[in-house]
Design a protein around this ligand. Structure first.
Ligand code: AMP
Length: 282
């Protein structure tokens, strides 16, 4: 399985697959791979004839340098896992390849980027949209796979693809969780054992929201208060947001209805985690 670092190499390797009419799948990652990433690769393998995975820790989507430096990296293990799943090509460019000297062009992200993550991490989705568009050009594919774990990011990508008429389909794959409910994230690797225990409360609070809805509660404020209480009881007090929103626009709602989603961003120590759950009415 080739591991390449230059755009030209990716294009030359993809050209014969494309000419042979193969369906090409693309999985974009920042490495430090876990079962969440691998689920996207498996989905791509099921549907496509040729699968490309990328590994690139994108500096422009991080807010603070220390977060970028703390981000886990393990390219050797990542490549071994991808090879085992039968990925056809890995593209792991250096920063200079993605952001050449003199780089100044960026994407103004779609409106849905302004809320939630966008509000708390100014510039984050400009960095995400820009790097995703770059990779869609550097490694042209038919279908790209994204995780619902990063729900708003997936929406931003879908809207960008629609708005810019990009010739690619976007697939949204379900969130993979540890057995205790914690959504898998590369950032989980930097949690201490006690922080890891505390982190599972995030998904418990989402489950509690669903339980309240299942028992007839519809008032978003009441649900958010109940979630906040659970989090604070377990020592989670640094919360960027708990939002109950329309799942298409991420506009916050006062009442839970069909297609409502609950989203959360909270800190466990220095580590910021996000999670979400679609709420079902019955
Ligand atoms: P990242 O490496 O964090 O940029 O994630 C790369 C891709 O994997 C994104 O599309 C994420 O949404 C997806 N992903 C990350 N964590 C999970 C998870 N627990 N379940 C499913 N997909 C995930």
């Amino acid at each position: 399985m080739p591991v390449v670092h230059q755009t030209q190499e990716v294009r030359s390797l993809l050209a014969p697959a494309r000419a042979a009419g193969k369906q090409i799948g693309l999985v974009l990652t920042m490495g430090a791979l876990h079962e969440g990433h691998l689920s996207l690769v498996r989905a791509a393998k099921l549907e496509c004839d040729y699968v490309v995975a990328t590994i690139f820790v994108n500096p422009t989507q991080f807010d603070a340098d220390d977060d970028l430096e703390r981000y886990p990296r393990n390219t050797t293990a990542d490549c071994a896992q991808l090879e085992q799943l039968g990925v056809d090509l890995i593209f792991a460019p250096a920063t200079q390849e993605v952001y050449p000297d003199g780089f100044t062009t960026t994407i103004d992200p779609p409106a849905v980027a302004a809320r939630l993550e966008g509000k708390h991490r100014p510039g984050h989705f400009r960095g995400v949209a820009t790097v995703v568009l770059k990779f869609l050009h550097m490694a042209p594919a038919d279908i790209a796979y994204f995780g619902n774990k990063d729900y708003q990011q997936t929406l931003v990508v879908q809207h960008m693809v629609r708005d810019l008429n990009l010739p690619i389909q976007i697939r949204c794959c379900p969130t993979v969780r540890d057995p205790d409910g914690l959504a898998l994230s590369s950032r989980n690797q930097i949690l201490s054992t006690s922080q890891r225990t505390q982190a599972q409360v995030i998904s418990h609070s989402l489950n509690h929201a669903q339980q309240l809805v299942s028992s007839g509660e519809r008032d978003a404020k009441a649900i958010k208060n109940a979630m906040q209480k659970i989090l604070s009881t377990h020592g989670i007090s640094r919360i960027d947001y708990i939002a109950i929103a329309d799942s298409k626009t991420l506009e916050e709602v006062a009442q839970v209805e069909d297609a409502t989603i609950v989203l959360i961003a909270a800190y466990i120590g220095q580590t910021r985690l996000i999670d979400n759950q679609l709420l079902t009415l019955c």
